[in-house]
Design a protein around this ligand. Sequence first.
Ligand code: KIV
Length: 264
Amino acid sequence: MSMSSRDFVRAKSEGRRLSMITCYDYTFARLLVNSPIDGILVGDSAAMVMHGRASTLYASVEMMRLHTEAVARGAPGKFVVADMPFLSFRKGVTAALDCAQVLMTSGAQAVKVEGVDGHEDVIERLVQSGIPVMGHLGLQPQSVHACGGFRVQGRSETARRHILRQAACLEELGAFAIVLECVPAHLGEEVTASIRIPTIGIGAGGGCDGQILVLQDLLGLNQDFCPKFARPFFDGARAVTDALQRFDEEVKMGTFPALEESYS
Ligand code: KIV
């Protein structure tokens, strides 16, 4: 069944956990469309996972448009959220609306915005314009240089209170869900209990209303970076390496292609 932002909020009130996964391309979207996963995030992590960049700062509106279109084409009927890239929502309401327009007309049904401080007006206007907004608190990768690297957030009492305040503010502004990234499990639980909209955790413990992973991490395809929360549910790197080795061997032995794989 296809989900919507309203279904996300309903799921929390009915105590149903939510699953989300990132996706950036058509081929994987074709596989995800038939899965029971509740939602797809076209994350700005595309800049790192698909383009080999060192951070998400390199994702542009155009990059997000291309990936969102490919995913939406491959997964019709799935709930697709697209990330508003670095600074796209910090240059004023008009610029943010322009970016959201590109993403929504590329096939997204909602946008995700990192943080809240200083762009409350943008979030409010997006919501008032009929664009469902997902928040993103805790580790905000677009602010990696300000928060001292990819590290757990919310450990101090001040930071804990700040995240709780930001979550309340996002709910107040009309966000339908909040991604909570890299915070202690007890804080994940506390934020989740403090608001009526669902929290989708990534490195935020089992107390969140749902979980999200980067698809390539879940499939064990990412050999460069492996945070402790990124459980691989498949040994994808090995499976791909084995397939490439078998292909190479069969080509060199002359057993590929076989007769039935050739035209007469
Ligand atoms: O861009 C992304 O992949 C994300 C997830 C880490 C939630 O924001």
